[in-house]
Design a protein around this ligand. Structure first.
Ligand SMILES: CCCCCCCCCCCCCCC(=O)SCCNC(=O)CCNC(=O)[C@H](O)C(C)(C)COP(=O)(O)OP(=O)(O)OC[C@H]1O[C@@H](n2cnc3c(N)ncnc32)[C@H](O)[C@@H]1OP(=O)(O)O
Ligand SMILES: CCCCCCCC/C=C\CCCCCCCC(=O)OC[C@@H](O)COP(=O)(O)O
Length: 214
C-alpha cells in the first residue's frame, strides 16, 4: 500500500506546527518476525502524531467506525487500511476482529489497537477492553506494548491548556502468546495493563514513582 508511507510522512510533520518533541526508546522491539498486535495508551487526537512517529511497516490500526464518516480524513484512514469496528455492538466487533486474526497472519500484517477503547487524558490508564488480547491469542502472535508519557503537563482540553511539550515513547519487549487460549486472555490483559501503567508513571514522573531522568 503506497499510500501508508505518504500518510505517515505527512502526519509526522504536524509535530512542528504543534511544538511537540518525541523521545523514542525501544524501537528494536518492533523487529519481531511476522505479525503482532501492538497496544498503546490513547490520550487524545495528538496520538496520531505519536503513532506516525514510531509506526512500523505493514501495520494497520483499529478505529471506531464513526471515524470513517469524517469526510476526507475518514477517506484517508480507509485508504490507509484502518479496520473500522462498531464499539456499540460487541458481536459485530468480535466478528470483525476474528476475521482480522486470520488475515493478519495470512498477509503478515501488524495491528495497532488502543485497548482502553476511547481517549483518556487523565494521566492514568482506563481498564483495558479485551478485543486486542483475544485477537493476539486467536492469531497466536505476540503483543507489543507501546507507552506514551502523559500529556497532562502541556495539554488539557478542559482548561484549554495547550503548549509545546516533550512526549517520551517506549516500545516494550514483545509478550508471546503461543500456546495461550481464550482462558488466558484475562491474565494476558492484566499483565499488559500492569506493565504499561508502570511504564506510563515512570515516563511521566507520576507522584510516588521513580521519574525517568533521561
Ligand atoms: C490528514 C489526516 C490523516 C489522518 C490519518 C490517521 C490515520 C490513523 C488512524 C488511527 C485510528 C485510531 C483510532 C482510534 C480509535 O478509534 S480507539 C476506539 C476504537 N478501538 C477500540 O475500541 C479497540 C478496543 N476495544 C476492544 O477491543 C473491545 O473489546 C471491543 C472488541 C470493541 C468490544 O467492546 P466491548 O464489548 O465494550 O468490550 P469488552 O472487552 O468488555 O468485551 C465484552 C466481552 O466480549 C469478549 N470479547 C471481546 N472481544 C472478543 C473477541 N475478539 N473474541 C472473543 N471474545 C471477545 C470479552 O472477553 C468480554 O467477555 P468476558 O467479559 O471476558 O466474558
Ligand atoms: C487541539 C488539538 C488539535 C489536534 C490536531 C492534531 C492533528 C493530528 C493528526 C491527524 C489528523 C486527524 C486524524 C483524526 C483521527 C482521530 C483519531 C482519534 O483520536 O479518534 C478518537 C477515537 O480514538 C476514540 O474516540 P472517543 O474518545 O471514544 O470519542
Amino acid at each position: 500500500m503506497v499510500q501508508r508511507p505518504i500518510i505517515k510522512a505527512v502526519v509526522k510533520t504536524f509535530k512542528y506546527f504543534f511544538g511537540l518533541r518525541f523521545e523514542v526508546k525501544g524501537l528494536e522491539n518492533f523487529k519481531v518476525e511476522g505479525p503482532a498486535v501492538i497496544l498503546s495508551n490513547h490520550q487524545s487526537v495528538l496520538d496520531m502524531m505519536g503513532l506516525m512517529e514510531v509506526l512500523p511497516d505493514n501495520c494497520v490500526q483499529v478505529g471506531k467506525k464513526e471515524l470513517m464518516y469524517m469526510g476526507s480524513v475518514g477517506l484517508i484512514m480507509y485508504l490507509g487500511g484502518v479496520i473500522f469496528i462498531n464499539r456499540k455492538s460487541t458481536s459485530s466487533a468480535k466478528m470483525v476482529m476474528s476475521e482480522v486474526a486470520k488475515t493478519m497472519v495470512a498477509e503478515n500484517v501488524k495491528v495497532w489497537v488502543y485497548p482502553e477503547g476511547t481517549r483518556n487524558c487523565t494521566g492514568d490508564l482506563l481498564p483495558f477492553k479485551k478485543g486486542a488480547f483475544h485477537l493476539a491469542v486467536q492469531a497466536q502472535v505476540p503483543v507489543i506494548p507501546v507507552v506514551y508519557s502523559s500529556f497532562t503537563s502541556f495539554y488539557n482540553p478542559k482548561t484549554k491548556l495547550f503548549t509545546s511539550g516533550k512526549i517520551k515513547v517506549e516500545v516494550l519487549p514483545p509478550i508471546e502468546t503461543k500456546g495461550l487460549t481464550s482462558d488466558d486472555v484475562t491474565d494476558l490483559s492484566d499483565r499488559c495493563f500492569s506493565t504499561m501503567r508502570e511504564t506510563l508513571f515512570r515516563l511521566s514522573g507520576h507522584p510516588g514513582e521513580a521519574k525517568d531522568s533521561s
